[in-house]
Design a protein around this ligand. Structure first.
Ligand code: 8Y7
Length: 274
């Protein structure tokens, strides 16, 4: 079990991705109406997703930002409906303080911030709300982050950043026990950086906090397999298994059913070896 303050989640856990953006790179525009989004969320919960991650702003490389109101209009009605229809934990994928506050009021119980609470008011919002927060590493910002990212030691630099953001949470009054760390695959990293991070995941578990990994359908998997985004299921499942064997506690994925099967096999093998 993963214990995050008041939340208990079976581990390793699968987080299903619910994009309510018209422009997300891998399933762009498919889940826009609340009815369709709700059906997708319920399906993912039935398939075994412990967490549904609801996002209203695309963070893909080169994406434009979205206004607060627009993001609220996209995510709040969906969170309310999911809350009424499933027991899954709802996570709000946002970097905006106001969206964090309204999403939690509507039924979200976890904040997934690719900006690691560095946005205006975000740290204060999370500390007021006292909910678990996933702190993700990103180099640069989505619009420009893939323009030649460089590191001397990517593993050490990502770990140092995560450590610093946990400390920022603690200083703001959000206890360490409410934090989750995430290396941020694809966010200001080359394919080589991403593979190096996946190989050295255990060094990124700073302060022994739970770790979330998101590699589903990402371009590094395209590079390694020469597959287009819609044909990256086997690569995504393989990467999720590698992540869990290397210590990940939560995997963030598009394809819940296939990943849950792989996670069940992986968990049984880990437990048999303990
Ligand atoms: C991640 C993420 C995305 C990730 C966490 C995509 C919102 C791009 N990737 N959140 N979000 N970790 N915590 O391909 O890796 O899904 S968006």
């Amino acid at each position: 079990m993963l214990t995050l303050g008041p939340l208990s989640i079976p581990a390793p856990a699968v987080m299903g991705i619910l994009n309510v953006t018209p422009d997300s790179f891998s399933d762009g525009g498919r889940f826009v109406t609340p009815e369709v989004a709700l059906r997708q969320a319920v399906t993912m919960a039935e398939e075994g997703a412990a967490i549904i991650d609801v996002g209203g702003e695309s963070t893909r490389p080169g994406a434009d930002s979205v206004s607060v109101q627009r993001e609220l209009d996209r995510v709040i009605p969906i969170i309310e409906r999911i809350r009424r229809s499933t027991d899954a934990v709802i996570s709000i994928d946002t970097s905006k303080a106001r969206v964090m506050r309204e999403a939690v009021a509507a039924g979200a119980s976890l904040i997934n911030d690719v900006g690691a609470l560095q946005g205006e008011g975000a740290l204060e919002a999370a500390a007021d709300l006292q909910v678990p927060v996933c702190l993700m590493h990103m180099r640069g910002e989505p619009r420009t982050m893939q323009e030649n990212p460089e590191y001397n030691d990517v593993v050490a630099e990502v770990a140092a950043f995560l450590e610093q953001r946990i400390q920022a949470c603690v200083d703001a009054g959000l206890g360490e026990e409410l934090t989750i760390v995430d290396p941020g695959f694809g966010f200001g990293k080359t394919h080589r950086h991403n593979v190096e991070l996946l190989a050295n995941l255990r060094q990124l578990r700073v302060r022994d906090r739970p770790m979330l990994v998101g590699v589903s359908r990402k371009s590094t998997l395209g590079e390694l397999t020469q597959r287009d985004v819609e044909d990256r299921l086997p690569a995504s499942v393989a990467a999720a298994v590698v992540a869990i064997l290397n210590g990940a506690d939560i995997v963030r994925v598009h394809d819940v059913q296939a990943t849950v099967d792989a996670v069940n096999v992986t968990r049984a093998v880990i437990e048999a070896g303990e």
